[in-house]
Design a protein around this ligand. Structure first.
Ligand code: 13P
Ligand code: SF4
Length: 310
């Protein structure tokens, strides 16, 4: 292919011929977002996966997202460009350890963030995403103890938002935990009128500066509601592509990573997916997400509980 436009056209043609749907998370490379039939946050992508009548779901995101699509569509082929696209949160919570944790706290209702493996979901009471977590926690009777896994920073944020005491798993996101507070202060000193917008996977020392905290879609809507403004962004920089499209007159400054590397505000897992791998994946219909019928049935229950609640 002479350039990525040819490759994109070819992917689109194959997708149409095969009756496939391409779903992409906001943290994907721009050219993948541009080619997708639908771009969204993790809740919207789950809903889209649940309602599609396409025969093949091509999931451009990370492994746990593609797993959710498979759990909701056990009879469909779900493929993703790079099967190694994991997530540090999902990896921080191994099913055997989570099972022991649950046994040690049998009196707790387990609310699990969608950034977790299917096996961990299997051992959970309900799943949540950053866009419905507050509602899901508020729906739990006040006298019921709760445990929340695997993101401790999101958990701390939710404890403050809901006033509920929750037992927290100690996982974190490699991207959101590493934004530099010094760079955030520097940017907000330079751009005094800027809105600071943050994903709740960021630690509290960063969230305390934010004017708006929420899921990727929530942050996108907030920026679109303030056209012609400046934004200091504390989330994966892929989202800025949609923000710029929605608000071409606004300015966006992504906070640097404390580790000082240029690409640290890019999720190393999400960015394993490339247009070339997407082409190969849709052509070969591989790699495919597979899991046992038992895990599918068991993990489906808490996902459906989330769908009903949101
Ligand atoms: P959203 O549900 O807000 O899209 O977040 C997913 C994610 O992985 C954030 O790091
Ligand atoms: Fe996981 Fe963080 Fe990447 Fe989101 S940005 S997929 S939480 S590692």
């Amino acid at each position: 292919f002479s350039d990525y436009r040819d490759l994109s056209c070819e992917i689109r043609d194959i997708s149409k011929k095969k009756n496939a749907v391409i779903l992409a998370h906001y943290y994907q490379d721009e050219e993948i977002q541009e080619i997708a039939d639908f771009v969204g946050d993790s809740l919207e992508l789950s809903k889209k996966a649940a309602s599609t009548d396409a025969e093949i779901i091509v999931f451009c995101g990370v492994f746990f997202m593609a797993e959710v699509a498979k759990i909701l569509n056990p009879n469909k082929r779900v493929i993703m460009p790079d099967i190694n696209a994991g997530c540090s949160l999902a990896e921080s919570c191994r099913a055997e350890d989570f099972k022991k944790f649950r046994h040690a706290h049998e009196d707790c209702f387990a609310i699990t963030y969608i950034n977790s493996s299917a096996e961990v979901k299997y051992h959970s009471d309900i799943i949540c995403t950053s866009s419905n977590a507050v509602k899901i926690i508020n729906d739990v009777p006040k006298d019921q103890k709760i445990l929340f896994a695997p993101d401790r920073f999101l958990g701390e944020f939710l404890k403050k938002e809901t006033g509920r005491d929750m037992l927290l798993w100690h996982g974190s996101c490699v991207v959101h935990e590493n934004f530099s507070e010094a760079n955030l202060i520097d940017l907000s000193t330079r751009y005094k009128d800027a809105h600071i917008i943050a994903h709740p996977e960021c630690p509290g020392n960063l969230l305390k500066y934010a004017h708006c905290i929420g899921s990727t879609t929530h942050l996108l809507r907030y920026s679109a509601a303030h056209p012609g403004s400046k934004f200091i962004v504390l989330t994966e920089e892929g989202l800025v592509h949609q923000m710029k499209k929605a608000s071409p007159g606004s300015e966006f400054y992504v906070v640097d990573s404390a580790q000082g590397c240029e690409s640290c505000s890019k999720c190393p897992y999400m960015r394993l997916n490339t247009l070339e791998k997407l082409y190969k994946c849709i052509t070969d219909e591989l790699p495919e997400i597979t899991m046992s019928a038992e895990i599918i049935a068991g993990a489906r229950k808490p996902i459906e509980a989330m769908m009903r609640a949101s």
